[in-house]
Ligand binder design. Structure first.
Ligand SMILES: *[C@@H]1O[C@H](CO)[C@@H](O)[C@H](O)[C@H]1NC(C)=O
Ligand SMILES: *[C@@H]1O[C@H](CO)[C@@H](O)[C@H](O)[C@H]1NC(C)=O
Ligand SMILES: *[C@@H]1O[C@H](CO)[C@@H](O)[C@H](O)[C@H]1NC(C)=O
Length: 263
């Protein structure tokens, strides 16, 4: 008998739990779309004289359903100059300001200039500087994404393969990911693989100027911006709804076929 009297309140409790559970979807908070703030050197930056990277191609063609972003890439930047010149503070302010309406992400790609001997930045220092960036992004409630350096497009005539001269800074970025636990996309490996597949002549059509094998024209920006989108959707599948490589470009990138998008 005592069992029965006990059961009544338990049943009531279960019913009220169930009612609450049913009511939750109506109150569910809508997931905020991502906002991408791109920190990097000229191989991320807007197309201009002596600069032009994947950033604007990514922002212009791969973001959907309310996702947005801003390119903070700075021509000639190292991890040291980007901070000293105030660019890094601007990235953090933008990420902070985005929090109420967006889920902020900061992509971090440095190395092309950090590796130059005259910059006097050791690879251990580069790793430490990248880890510091990661920690500061997290401190403003944003998510860091480390990006290894976009390949240059000079080929070795003897092998017919792209000359890989960013191995040191790629390793430093991977070290930074390991030390900080941050997500990393290996743009260096993916871009090298794609360039080798399409060959020197096709690769040169993405040059900002005929003899500029580092910076990208608009079409190159769109191609490699879509490659970044592919890598992001692989590494951060929660972003699939917002970050989508264009179908035709995505297919070409995956198959290693040359593509020159019409803009
Ligand atoms: C290079 O950096 C090291 C370590 O920070 C420093 O001791 C040295 O003076 C620097 N050399 C030049 C030429 O700036
Ligand atoms: C490779 O071939 C191109 C095109 O024929 C030529 O312009 C370039 O000088 C060659 N590079 C080297 C390092 O031999
Ligand atoms: C991105 O869009 C802006 C604004 O329409 C345009 O000026 C720029 O050329 C575009 N860049 C790329 C690489 O698509």
């Amino acid at each position: 008998m005592t069992l029965f009297t006990l059961n009544v309140p338990i049943c009531t409790l279960l019913v009220s739990l169930f009612t609450n559970a049913v009511a939750i979807p109506a109150k569910q908070v809508k997931v905020k779309p991502p906002a991408f703030f791109l920190a990097g050197d000229s191989t991320t930056a807007v197309q201009a004289t002596n600069g032009g990277g994947w950033g604007n191609g990514f922002l212009n063609t791969t973001l959907h359903n309310g996702a947005t972003g801003k390119n903070f890439g700075h021509n000639g930047a190292t991890t040291v100059s980007f901070r000293a010149g105030g660019d890094w503070a601007n990235v953090l302010s933008a990420a902070t300001a985005a929090v109420p309406k967006f889920t902020p992400y900061v992509t971090i790609q440095f190395g092309h200039n950090d590796q130059k001997p005259e910059k006097n930045i050791s690879m251990a220092q580069l790793t430490d500087n990248l880890v510091a960036f990661v920690n500061e992004v997290r401190a403003v409630s944003a998510t860091p994404i480390l990006v290894t350096s976009l390949s240059r497009r000079r080929f070795d005539n003897a092998t017919g393969l792209v000359t890989e001269n960013l191995a040191d800074v790629t390793a430093a970025a991977k070290d930074a990911a390991k030390k900080s636990g941050a997500k990393i996309i290996d743009l260096n490996a993916a871009s090298t693989k794609y360039l080798n597949a399409i060959g020197a002549a096709n690769a040169a059509t993405y040059n900002l100027a005929p003899a500029d094998f580092t910076h990208l024209n608009n079409e190159g920006s769109v191609v490699f911006g879509n490659l970044v989108a592919l890598l992001i959707s692989e590494q951060l599948p929660e972003l699939k709804k917002w970050v989508k490589a264009e179908k035709g470009i995505s297919k070409a990138l995956k198959k290693g076929q040359y593509v020159f998008p019409e803009l």
